[in-house]
Design a protein around this ligand. Structure first.
Ligand code: PEP
Ligand code: MN
Length: 342
């Protein structure tokens, strides 16, 4: 903790700041410069409100040195975390691809996605049974029936399953069918949901909120970790900016930043991040090059007729071509990928 006092701050104001720092357990070191007095707080709590210091009389600026999250910080596990799901390791040497439709629609659609995913080296099939649609009039998902179809297709093709949970009452049902529970962007700060997911053992894929800072994403992960579930995978899926050419702005710089700040694996979702099928491939390649541990990509056998997110869903043959390209990118950045299909 570092507090810089204003020029001309009174002794009383300085003492007041010191008293508050001491109350919080800080060991305070005072440096008196020609213009400013600087107070350095060592040790102490990390869960204080920095703004309280920033507005104190006589304070010019105050900075937090220790991050507000603890379990999610890189310092907690400097070697990084590998999330193991069955025989799959996320956050290890190999990059992992999760692919499938936005929404689960019918058996045939899911089967075609599972087939192309398994054949091209993706290890996880995705698909929403509970859809967080922006409008209540849009498709809301098939619910439990969709999950059954997804599980059956995944088992036929030796794939793992990821699907979204929208609230805590759905956790038992999801847990029956999925290997990884997804928390969508709209729910990144549904703190009751995060707390409940911390108490159960399925790995959680936590997507970044559309207006969430990296720090807020890591604080949301902290809720799950604090409950005792350390199997959290982060996902950069684009944030809202002023740009209108893409649905969101895929914040690729978040990937190396998260790698520095946290030990948790992070994947990227260039489908939601761009909203456009024609630029999913370059952004997927770029995300791997930026250090992502994997990708989540929407695929649909007939995207023009998809019940949701058709514009950003790749056709199976496009996805297949991308999977070949991704192998080369993985190799170029020193990561393993998947066996080259014959
Ligand atoms: C999804 O993965 O289908 C989804 C709704 O994503 P997001 O929460 O990132 O919008
Ligand atoms: Mn979608």
């Amino acid at each position: 903790m570092l507090v810089v006092m204003q020029q001309g701050a009174t002794e009383e104001q300085i003492e007041h700041v010191i008293d508050r720092l001491v109350d919080l357990g800080f060991d305070v070191h005072r440096s008196t410069g020609v213009i400013h007095t600087v107070l350095g707080g060592v040790g102490g709590k990390y869960d204080f409100d920095l703004a309280v210091f920033q507005v104190m009389d006589g304070v010019k600026e105050a900075h937090r040195i220790v991050s507000p999250y603890k379990l999610a910080s890189r310092a907690f596990r400097p070697g990084g975390t590998i999330v193991r799901v069955g025989s799959l390791a996320i956050g290890g040497d190999a990059v992992v691809v999760m692919a499938g439709p936005c929404s689960l629609e019918n058996r045939d659609q899911i089967e075609q996605c599972a087939e192309v995913a398994a054949r091209t080296g993706a290890r996880v099939i995705r698909g929403g049974a509970f859809k967080p649609s922006s409008s209540p009039y849009e498709f809301q998902g098939l619910g439990a029936e969709g999950l059954q179809m997804l599980r059956a297709a995944a088992d036929r093709h030796g794939l793992l399953v990821v699907s979204e949970v929208m609230d805590q009452t759905q956790i038992p049902l999801l847990a029956e069918y999925v290997d990884i529970v997804q928390v969508g962007a709209r729910n990144m700060q549904n703190l009751n949901l995060l707390r409940e997911l911390g108490k159960q053992s399925k790995p959680v894929l936590l997507k970044r909120g559309i207006a969430a800072s990296i720090e807020e994403l890591l604080l949301s992960a902290e809720y799950i970790l604090a409950g005792g579930n350390y199997n959290v995978i982060l996902c950069e899926r684009g944030i809202r900016t002023f740009e209108t050419q893409t649905r969101y702005t895929l914040d690729l710089s978040a990937i190396p930043v998260v790698k520095k700040l946290s030990h948790l694996p992070i994947i990227a979702d260039p489908s939601h991040g761009t909203g456009r099928r024609d630029i999913v491939a370059p952004m997927a390649r770029a995300a791997l090059a930026a250090g992502a541990d994997g990708l989540m990509i929407e695929v649909h056998p007939d995207p023009d007729r998809a019940l949701s997110d058709g514009a950003q869903s790749m056709r199976p043959e496009q996805f297949e071509e991308l999977m070949h390209q991704l192998q080369a990118v993985a190799l170029a950045v020193g990561r393993a990928s998947w066996p080259v299909p014959l």
